[in-house]
Design a protein around this ligand. Sequence first.
Ligand code: ADP
Length: 639
Amino acid sequence: MEIPIRILIIEDSETDKELLLRELRRGGYNAEYLCVETEEAMHSALDKCEWDIIISDYSLPQFDGLSALKIAIKRNPDIPFILVSGTIGEELAVQAMKQGASDYLMKGNLKRLIPAIERELKDAQIRVQRKKTKAALKESEIRFRVLAESAPVGIFTTDNKGMTNYVNPRWTEISKLSFNEAMGNGWLKAVHPEDRDKLNSNWEQTALEHSSSKAEYRFVHPDGNVAWVIGNAVTQQDKNGNVLGYIGTITDISERKKMEAALIIEKEKAEESDRLKTAFLQNISHEIRTPLNSIVGFSRIIADADLSPEACENYATIIENSSNQLMSIIADIIQIATIEAGQEKIQENEINVNEVCTLIYDQFSADARIQNISFICNPGLEEVAAYVMSDGSKLAQVLNNLIRNALKFTKNGTVSFGYQLIGSDLQFCIEDTGIGIAPEMQTEIFKRFRQVEISPTRNFGGSGLGLAISKSNVELLGGRIWVESEIEKGAKFFFTIPYKPSRVAIVENNSVEHTLYELPNDLKILIVEDEKAVNIYLSLILKNIGKEIVHAENGFEAVEICRKRNDFDLILMDIKMPEMNGYMAVKEIRKFNKEVIIIAQTAFAISGDREKAIEAGCNYYITKPIGRIALFEMLRLYF
Ligand code: ADP
């Protein structure tokens, strides 16, 4: 079978051309050819089609073989170029080969033509194939880069020893390492110290065995944040099975880890709550049964006609005490239910904190004496200053519970309680020398049903509700509660309530008096304030400068009063009030009275309040709690 071949012949001699064609036919080739003898003709021939081979004479009348070679290489260096000449010398042949000719032949020795063509075609085929492979490789490399650069997972590659030689942008984003920092085994530095050794030895093993690997580990970022990742790597092998390196991915699983941790906490909470509920039911049933047993048992005994009146009296007292105990447990359960339903409210009245303390002291002193515990009460304010606005029964309930606990958990030593004025709060402290509370339980015990001891063989009774109720009561009163304690040394429970004095113990001093003398004593003053305690306080401190002091409880009332009379010298305007707030009231009043001095009083020194007050039409602004001297000093600016 003839082999088709396309040949461009550059030759001026018809005979030589025929000789070439004959040789080709002999070699089994069916040549499709074109014969040219000028440069232009060569160009147009090259334009026409892709030639398999070019065979050129060395010298032509209007052209020459070396120029043809140059053109051929320029146009397509892959087409083999064979120079044929009758006269070519050794030197020229070498020059032609140097310039890129594939071979040269003597016209007199055309026997070499066929083997030369065969060889050159084969070489050309290999060259073309290699080029194609190179181009395909380049294309696949570009494809890999594009994919890797935009992939949503971290990608890395290593050499066959496991040394990193590429990471994609997502990888650097997850690890917060730069490309350069990650190279070699630099990436290990960012791995969490606890994961590093295990991961490194796993990786070394993988590299040694040329196996694939999978691991979960953490990267620590420069700011201390931790990213959890899952890493996978597989070997890259050539077609003979030699390992070229590894290619792997890392996926950020921090969110999943967070969710897992949250779920574990939730699960533990649920289990804990279940355990607590069971413990609570056991306790409560024990706490209810104990007094109930006494009530039932002694009621039967009392019915016995043979009992002496003293024994009867004695048993009746036991029944009464047990009933009270039962009632208090039921009251606790009901109260916690009300608290949880958000129904618990406070009722503020004027109370005397010292009186509350005395009552509580009287209530527990007998118990303390029986227990041989010294019991001390330290009120922290003078009588007149101890009148405050608060909810007396809630305060008593908190003290009651904390002192009952102190006596319950103290075998010997002292239980003392009292309070002090610290800043704008009354801080109560109930201190005992009892069993103390371990640090890890010091916040837990304020949760409902939490007790340090939850075993069924408990030494102390109780429902575990007292501190939860106390905490909620203290918070309703506007304060906070906490404990400081050391095991076996005792406990100090603290709680605060805001100090809202209702009768002001005016501490006279020279500077106040001095300021007072400089102020007039016949001012007509309107106090706009919804808090009773503050109203009383302001009236007391203003009584020496005010000929007439009028009160309004909200903005509406204030505007109404001012509409009826325009002879006020001074208005002290609270800002936060029901119905109509202070800003709105001042704006209204300013519509018809531009003269009166209006001082805004706000509870908090929030930035912007001052500007708002002035904008609304106030002359000045003062922050609560209002100090007497500060108020007088300010009034001196206007009167
Ligand atoms: P109860 O006393 O009814 O168990 P509480 O809520 O009043 O419930 O107290 C919860 C737990 O706090 C108590 O069971 C006890 O373990 C611990 N505790 C409270 N007060 C003291 C104290 N003064 N000394 C030691 N432990 C205390």
